[in-house]
Design a protein around this ligand. Structure first.
Ligand code: PEP
Ligand code: MG
Length: 824
């Protein structure tokens, strides 16, 4: 851990600063005062020898940051470096120009997190930021910003995405860069705002960086070059924003004209619904400003509440991922980062130390960040303040020991001031006929999730004074809400609802109609799901079936394994939604990065190369046998395909089949029509596909894992983001090899990794011989549209050419040209 030395002319001041900094959460950091001189009559001054001793006392091998007040303090600190007994140590001692008090507090907080010397220095330098932001007076000019990290590398990037650096892309930056060993600052070179630490989500999102603004990124430290490359990669990926699916924000949303008895708002999700008003009951968050315990006790309470909120947000993130896809889940990653935001924590701890309760400290800190965002010019970015408020409320609820989840007491039209993304992600579709909110916008996350769920929504109505139970007629297309509609209005609306349902059905028919290539080769476009709710969403999106049921969802976040009966019940609930369409059930795929609470696993240095997937299932046959029995029972009356993850050898496959045979004993034989297949995730299997093909019914290619194992580039590791590209010819050659072996043996090949839902990849996969694609439900209509444009013969010729290419970049360029030719 980096140590810190505080040099001041006054011994009392140095000790006071050290005391203050220690109380800000740096209990384990060595913070050593070096103040005053040894002269009882005139103790004000600095002493090089005293500074040298302090540096040695703070030394741990990770380096020492020295903060000084003025004048001779600086000169004596420089002299102290010359006195150090190990001159090499001097290279790890950094005399830092940061402000003494704010710098020490910020430095200690980040040093306690194990940050490197350059990161600690950067945080100390940014220590004045919160004060400047709060009191105004502007930050350093952009030219100065570039100088703050002297000697650092820098790049200037014009921000490409339409919504600019709002919370979610800022979250992606913090998440990616936070794992690198570099001090990184980002400034808005267009407006002069910043610089902000790339570790602080609240600072970054308050820079107000909009589309077209120039972002200046400066990095220093061992991973500086990688950091700049990672930012360029993120920008090239539009910071993960899909501008084509996020509606453009309009500063002034046109409100619907309201007739007598009608409330006018903005239509945020189309459709008509009738139902009684139901207000969302949120927990009361009243608290006292005075602390219950000492500052340390208050900090511990706050940490426990943050940990509980983290679990809630992780749950919301997986719900959003299932319902609306990876893009929409990104906001919850940003929410998780808010919980750990250094700026916020430092500010809350300062107040706790001054005698505030953790509730008061946390809520004031949150409010001041939210106020900074609300002040941004860009309406979309300003709206993100509500995300901060939502995360803040969740932590507060846990501090107060109340359930943070809002309650809707009976089915009907949900009425609220605004829905938080977390509330929207976990909405119960069976309870909510429509949504009406006083605030909000069509671009808010709750509106996006409402659209993904197909729930009509009207937002931005202004203050709503509607009592519970009042009948409402909501028109999500027109943006109107009729309060207490007449019998005649209800009757008319019911006719319209019937008509609209029929129209919607017709539109869905298009997506639902089987997709075939231009010359008529049928391609099954299926969904990846992880719950019963997803199965419903899959059907609404027009899925031809389920190509990947991630069955482990039944096992995660619980203290014991689900029973066979429980599993059968869940599978039956899923197939009820599928109405006879095929279901590919993947057997439990846990271990490594997905640990189970009730399965003891060894500590592994390389969990991705360890006891994962089928390997773990073979080690714990009890787990998989109960799952297989439940699945086989369902297979007696439904088209079921069972596939096994992470299969590597023929021996494993034989053992998996033996387990199926054992499970079959209880139902008296293999159900007719049952197919048994393997996921192609390990290159060894793809290379041996000719030996597997005669003994499997199908292959389903998990391109996520196949890519990481082929290119030896871990999924989600920011150091190798660019390398883990499924378009690499090495991955494509393995897919090709699998397809050829399958064709020779009359087997079918599907793809269920992320690549299957990428419109750019689809022609290539079809050209290689894939006949089933399985993806997140929201991607299905677009994927079917691409399939219908592809001529398989042309795609084959294109794929052959691609296999001879040398890099993923060349393949992507060729795929773009091919995709453009489909539009002609
Ligand atoms: C894959 O690896 O491509 C896959 C679909 O499985 P998962 O993403 O669940 O590991
Ligand atoms: Mg996988």
């Amino acid at each position: 851990m980096v140590g810190i030395v505080v040099v001041s002319h006054s011994a009392k001041l140095a000790e006071g600063v050290v005391e203050l900094a220690r109380q800000m959460g740096g209990g384990e950091v060595a913070v050593v005062p070096a103040g005053g001189i040894d002269d009882p009559d005139d103790p004000i001054g600095t002493d090089a020898f005293r500074i040298k001793e302090a540096i040695e006392a703070a030394w741990s091998g990770d380096g020492v940051l020295v903060l000084m007040d003025l004048g001779s303090a600086i000169m004596n600190a420089e002299t102290a470096l010359e006195f150090l007994e190990q001159p090499a140590d001097a290279s790890r001692v950094l005399l830092c120009e940061a402000p003494l008090v704010e710098g020490a507090v910020a430095a200690v907080a980040i040093a306690a997190l194990g940050a490197s010397l350059s990161e600690v220095a950067s945080e100390a330098r940014a220590g004045l930021g919160p004060k400047v932001q709060h009191l105004g007076g502007g930050g350093p000019a952009p030219e100065e910003a570039a100088r703050i990290l002297e000697g650092g590398d820098s790049v200037r990037i014009t921000v490409p995405n339409r919504l600019g650096l709002h919370l979610r892309p800022a979250g992606r930056l913090v998440e990616t860069l936070g794992r690198l060993d570099a001090t990184i600052q980002i400034a808005n070179a267009t407006t002069g705002a910043g610089p902000a630490s790339a570790r602080s989500l609240s600072q970054l999102s308050a820079l107000g960086i909009r589309q077209g603004d120039v972002m200046e990124v400066t990095a220093e430290g061992p991973d500086a070059v990688a950091a700049l490359g990672a930012v360029e990669d993120l920008a090239a990926d539009n910071f993960g924003d899909r501008d084509d699916v996020v509606p453009a924000p309009t500063p002034h949303h046109p409100r619907a004209q309201a007739a007598e008895g009608t409330i006018g708002g903005v239509g945020a999700s189309p459709g008509l619904a009738i139902g009684p008003a139901r207000h969302l009951r949120r927990p009361r968050l009243e608290f006292s400003a005075d602390s219950e315990s000492d500052p340390q006790g208050e900090i511990e309470r706050l940490d426990a509440a943050r940990a509980a909120a983290r679990r809630d947000i992780e749950g919301q993130r997986s719900a959003a991922r299932r319902r609306a896809g990876e893009d929409e889940a990104g906001i919850f990653t940003a929410h998780l980062l808010i919980l750990d935001d250094e700026d916020l924590l430092i500010s809350a701890r300062e107040q706790i130390d001054a005698g505030s309760s953790s509730e008061a400290a946390w809520s004031t800190a949150m409010e001041s960040v939210a106020a900074r965002l609300r002040a941004l010019e860009d309406p979309y970015q300003a709206q993100r303040a509500e995300d901060i408020v939502a995360v803040g409320a969740m932590v507060l609820a846990h501090l107060l020991g109340v359930d943070p989840r809002p309650v809707m007491e009976a089915p009907g039209v949900l009425v609220a001031d605004e829905l938080t993304p977390g509330e929207a992600a976990t909405l119960d579709r069976d309870m909510v006929a429509a949504i009406v909110t006083a605030a909000g916008a069509p671009t808010s996350h709750s509106a996006i999730l409402a659209r993904a769920l197909g729930v009509p929504a009207v937002v931005a109505t202004g203050p709503l004074e509607i009592s519970d139970g009042t009948l409402l007629l909501v028109d999500g297309s027109a943006g109107t809400v009729v309060v207490e509609p007449t019998d005649e209005e209800v009757a008319l609306a019911e006719v319209r609802i019937r008509d609209e349902t029929e129209q919607l059905e017709a539109a869905r028919e298009d997506a639902r109609a089987p997709a075939a290539t231009a010359e008529g080769v049928s391609i099954e476009v299926a969904a990846n799901i992880g719950s019963v709710e997803d199965a419903r969403a899959a059907m609404l999106s027009g899925a031809d079936g389920v190509g990947l049921l991630r069955s482990e969802f039944l096992y995660m976040n619980r203290p014991d394994a689900p029973t066979e009966a429980e599993q059968e019940e869940t599978y039956r609930a899923i197939i009820t939604q599928l109405e006879g369409r095929p279901l590919v059930l993947r057997t439990i795929d846990v271990g490594g990065d997905k640990p189970l609470g009730f399965v003891e696993q060894p500590d592994e240095d390389n969990p991705f190369l360890g006891l994962r997937g089928l390997r773990l299932a073979l080690a714990r046959p009890d787990l998989i046998l109960s799952q297989l029995r439940a699945a086989l029972k369902v297979a007696t009356d439904h088209p079921l395909r069972i596939m096994f993850p992470m299969v590597t050898t023929l021996g494993e496959w034989e053992r998996a089949r033996a387990l199926v045979a054992e499970a079959t004993e209880s139902i008296g034989g293999l159900p007719p029509g049952l197919e048994l297949g393997v996921m192609v995730e390990v290159p060894a299997l793809a290379l041996m596909a000719d030996r597997f093909a005669p003994v499997v019914d199908f292959f389903s290619i998990g391109t996520n894992d196949l890519t990481q194992y082929t290119l030896a580039a871990e999924r989600g590791n920011p150091h190798v983001t660019g390398l883990a590209d499924a378009f690499h010819p090495a991955v494509l050659r393995l897919i090709d090899r699998t397809c050829r072996a399958a064709e020779e043996n009359g087997r079918w090949v599907g793809v269920c990794g992320e690549m299957a839902g990428d419109p750019l990849a689809i022609p290539l996969l079809l050209g290689l011989g894939v006949t089933e694609l399985s993806m997140t439900p929201v991607a299905i209509p677009a994927a079917k549209a691409v399939v219908r444009k592809v001529h398989r013969g042309e795609a084959r010729a294109f794929a052959e050419g691609v296999l001879a290419m040398g890099t993923a970049g060349e393949v992507r360029t060729a795929a773009e040209t091919f995709a453009a030719s489909l539009e002609d």
